[in-house]
Structure formats: C-alpha cells, structure tokens
Design a protein around this ligand. Structure first.
Ligand code: MG
Length: 395
C-alpha cells in the first residue's frame, strides 16, 4: 500500500451510439451512426464500432458516411438522453473518488491517489468500476490507469473498446514507445510535420535532444510539451484548468439561413441541451460563449462573463442572443450556430439565493424536471419549455 499518485481516465466507448444500442437492443451489433440525417448537411456525431469497420468516423460529413455504409442505422442526436446517462455514470465515478473531473460528456479524469487502502490495488478497482458502470448505466467504457492524468488518458485509449490498461510505475517510456509518436495525445499534425521536416521523427531521436534544444527548435511551449510527453511525464494536462472546462453544443442548419426565427429557436434548443449537461454533471458557470459560422465557413466565437451564475436555459439563451446580435452581420447567412458555458466549475448553481429572480425560478423548474427524469431513468424530453418563446429577461 502506498500513496504514490494514481489516476484513472474513464472514456465511454462510442458513447452516443452505445446509448442508442442500450435503448434499442435491436441495434446491438449493428452499424449505428448518430448525427445528421443522410441526404442533409451536417456530420457524424458518433458511431458504433460496427460502423467504424466501414471507415465511418465522427466529424465525417454524413453524406460520406452514407456512401461508405448505406446499410447503417442513422439516428438523430438525443443529447438530453445522453446527458442523463452521463449523469448516472459521473455519479458512479463519484463513489470511487472524491475528485472526479468531467472532461466532456463521455470522459472523466479521477484522482485515485490513496484509495488503495479502501479499494485495493488499482487494476482490481478499475475492474469493479467498469462492472458498476456497465451494469448500472448500461454503457461500455475503457479505463486507463497511470501515475499522471496524461498517461492515464492515453492508456484509456490503448485497448479500446471495453479496454483496461495500467501503465505501471517505471513503464512510462515503454508505454509511450508502444503508443508511438504520431498517437501521443496533444501532438498536432503541424508539429509532426515540422518534426519530420527536421528529421526528428522517432522517439529515440527526440529523447536524445535536451530540453533547451527542443525549445529552440520548436518554440517554448511545444518544446517543453515534447520533452515531457515523450518521457511519459505529466504535461500539466487538466492539472489547474480542468476543474474548469467547457460545455457546448452546436448545430448545422439544413440550409444557410439569415432567418432570425430559425436561428433563435435553434439557440433556444441548444441552450436547453447545454443546461441539461450542466445539471447532469452538477456544474455551475458565469461565462456564456457562442460560436457562429457564416456560409463561407468563416467561424467566430465570443463570450461574456456575468456577475452571477447562469440560472436557467432561458438566461443562457438570452445571454447568447445578446452576444450574437452584437456581432452577427445578418447580410451573410449562417451555416452553423453553437452556444455553451466556459469555465464550468463543480458545484451547485444559484438555487439557494435569497431573492430568486425569474431566471432562478425557471432554473429550479428545469432542475426539478431533470431530477425527475434521472429518477425515472427514462428519456422524457421537456418540449413545453422549448415551444414557449421566452420573454425578455429582467436581470
Ligand atoms: Mg468516448
């Protein structure tokens, strides 16, 4: 028993597609593709491993996916349902560690340091964790174990799907060798091209370079990252900032549009999805961001930080509308719109406020509905609030 650092990285396998396969057992073992509808624009949000065999992958245009896999089962994104399942998973993870950092809807980093006294050695604990998630949340997952979050993240990817891999202390460099230079997390295509251009294209060659030489060749940040990453050392990933992260959703319009009715209704729908994600992971935020892409693919984003926590989907929506109206040139149609929270922190929202505003009351209703759905364990989307156009805020 020791208290050497231990981290788990948990990554749900093909998450959206796995939820669809859980909810519709007839889809099990079949190529399930979640995203835009074939014949329309937009991309693959997620696909099952059966679909990946056809060369389909996430972010691929849906038309290309359909060309490769016409026999696939094409389904729309049901974000509220995924947020519910994600909430169940995060709850289970919380039974294993007091420090669970959600990285995204289907990923989390857990500090397991010192838990061996409670649970036993990490590998067995990870097996238990996997069993709990599979039986109670119903979705498959992969877990990586290592002495730092960076290696744990790569270890979770190493045996996917349904993977479990532990990088043992002392085995860091050997693990990086097994992963291979191109697949080191955080190493971009441009950096790889640059390394190749200067003939520093193997791990062995790179490890012969001193940190200062790497910095002068590649720049301070990249040089520092490379020097540590190839040795399997912590690259500072998630260490300070990850307690705060972002939650956002975006949508591609069926056609480019300047129609405010369509744009604002999309923003409202997205705001509800984002707010449910925030509830699901028990987060809070004051910072609202929007993203918009014009028909020529030029893409912009901006954000604003309120002096209070955002209390409801409606407040998120109205803040997003203000941001968009201040920036958007309505002469140019939009192709895509997105909205989200930045700097999400763990913890409850502003429900305990002494004098609740209209937004706070709305938020309480939204949260109550969310909790009911969590308990019922079923996907009952709240459509009423979406159909009702919100009034102007008073805050
Ligand atoms: Mg995943």
């Amino acid at each position: 028993m020791s208290s050497a650092p231990v981290f788990f990285h948990v990554d749900l396998d093909a998450f959206f597609a796995s939820v669809e396969q859980m909810d519709n057992p007839g889809y099990k073992g079949k190529p399930v593709i979640v995203g835009a509808a074939p014949g329309h624009r937009g991309v693959v949000s997620a696909c099952s491993y059966e679909a990946r065999k056809f060369g389909v992958h996430s972010a691929m245009p849906i038309s290309e996916a359909f060309r490769r896999c016409p026999q696939g089962i094409y389904l729309p994104v049901r974000m509220k349902r995924y947020a519910e399942v994600s909430g169940v998973v995060m709850g289970i993870l919380g039974e294993f560690s007091p420090d669970v950092r959600p990285i995204s809807i289907d990923e989390a980093s857990l500090d397991m340091t010192g838990t061996s006294l409670l649970f036993g050695p990490p590998l067995g604990t990870a097996e238990k964790l996997k069993t709990q998630v599979r039986s109670r949340a119903g979705v498959p997952l992969s877990v990586g174990i290592a002495q730092n979050r960076f290696l744990a993240k790569m270890a979770s990817d190493f045996k996917k799907p349904d993977g479990l891999y532990e990088v043992r202390p002392g085995g860091e460099e050997a693990f990086i060798d097994a992963v291979g230079l191109p697949k080191i997390w955080g190493l971009g295509k441009k950096t790889l091209e640059r390394l190749s251009a200067i003939h520093l294209d193997t791990l062995a060659k790179l490890r012969q370079m001193g940190e200062d030489s790497l910095k002068s060749l590649m720049g301070q940040a990249t040089g520092n990252f490379l020097y540590n990453a190839i040795r399997g050392r912590d690259i500072g990933m998630y260490s300070d900032t990850a307690k705060s992260h972002s939650i956002s959703h975006e949508t591609t319009f069926p056609e480019d549009t300047s129609d405010w009715e369509i744009i604002s209704l999309s923003l409202l729908d997205l705001s509800h999805q984002v707010m449910y994600r925030l509830f699901a992971e028990n987060g809070k935020s004051r910072t609202v961001s929007i993203k918009y892409r014009y028909s020529d693919f030029s893409t912009f984003s901006c954000q604003t930080t309120l002096n209070h926590l955002v209390a409801s989907a409606e407040e998120l929506y109205e803040t997003g509308v203000k941001l968009l109206k201040a920036k958007w040139n309505p002469q140019v149609p939009l192709r895509l719109i997105g909205i989200g929270f930045d700097k999400v922190q763990p913890g409850e929202g502003s429900q305990q406020e002494l004098f609740p505003t209209a937004y706070d009351r709305k938020g309480m209703v939204e949260k109550a509905v969310f909790n009911m759905q969590q308990k019922a364990g079923e996907a009952t989307p709240v459509k009423a609030s979406l159909l009702q156009r919100p009034r102007r805020g008073r805050r």
